[in-house]
Design a protein around this ligand. Structure first.
Ligand code: CA
Length: 231
């Protein structure tokens, strides 16, 4: 795979420099933008593989930047937020961001998140659109048959558990909010079903991990949602 091109959007110079140095040291290609206008211009001309986006920008709300990018591109976006911006983080994910990092973060954490996106890109780039099977480690989903297997054994899932598994699999590597998942499963009645989602997730996890004790497929983001990891 060629060098990953990353766009850094951050108005605070010390943090921008820290990210820049980190990416440079780890051999990533990058561009930087200090505000939303520049970010949108570079995003469209450079077509980066990943955008690291600060939500608090001087000229435009970061959420608006996500919406504009999503109107024409699926490029992965990791938002950078302050701890106090919990609701912004959830809104950002619901508007199409892939992941988030809470400031202040360690550079190792930043690099780990970039690798998650990189693994996901390698999956989506090699997958044919008409493919009917999803494979991740020992997990295999046969979309055309509507069934899932763990290490060759069929998983006995309820329709809701299966739907949940498919939603996570189709968005592998992305953090999905409770709201997003609930809407996908139950449509507009999601608000009354967030409790049910936690229950389905618990039983689904138990079934997945019975066959695969050492690996954890589903990551919990407390107060935010869930993500299926690409193994
Ligand atoms: Ca800022």
């Amino acid at each position: 795979m060629s060098k990953l091109k990353i766009l850094i959007v951050e108005d605070e110079a010390p943090l921008r420099n820290l990210i820049r140095t980190t990416l440079y040291t780890h051999d990533y290609a990058f561009e930087t933008a200090e505000n939303a206008q520049t970010a949108l211009m570079i995003a469209s001309s450079l077509n980066p593989d990943l955008v690291l986006l600060d939500l608090g920008l001087p000229d435009m709300d970061g959420i608006e930047v996500i919406k504009r990018i999503r109107s024409w591109s699926n490029m992965p976006i990791i938002v950078l937020t302050a701890r106090s911006e919990m609701s912004d983080k959830i809104t950002a994910l619901d508007c199409g961001a892939d992941d988030y990092l809470t400031k202040p973060f360690a550079v190792e954490e930043l690099l780990a998140r970039i690798r998650v996106i990189q693994r996901r890109l390698s999956v989506t780039q090699t997958r044919l659109p008409e493919e009917q099977t999803f494979v991740n480690g020992d997990l295999r989903i046969d979309f055309s048959q509507g069934c899932a297997f763990m290490g060759g054994d069929e998983l006995h899932l309820t329709p809701s558990e299966y739907k949940l598994l498919c939603i996570l699999a189709r968005n592998v590597g992305r953090v999905l909010t409770y709201r997003f998942i609930s809407r996908e499963i139950w449509g507009n009645e999601w608000e009354s079903n967030t409790g049910s989602l936690r229950v389905f997730m618990a039983t689904l996890r138990k079934k997945l991990e019975k066959g695969e004790k050492t690996q954890s497929y589903i990551q919990t983001h407390v107060g935010v949602g869930y993500r299926m990891m690409k193994l």
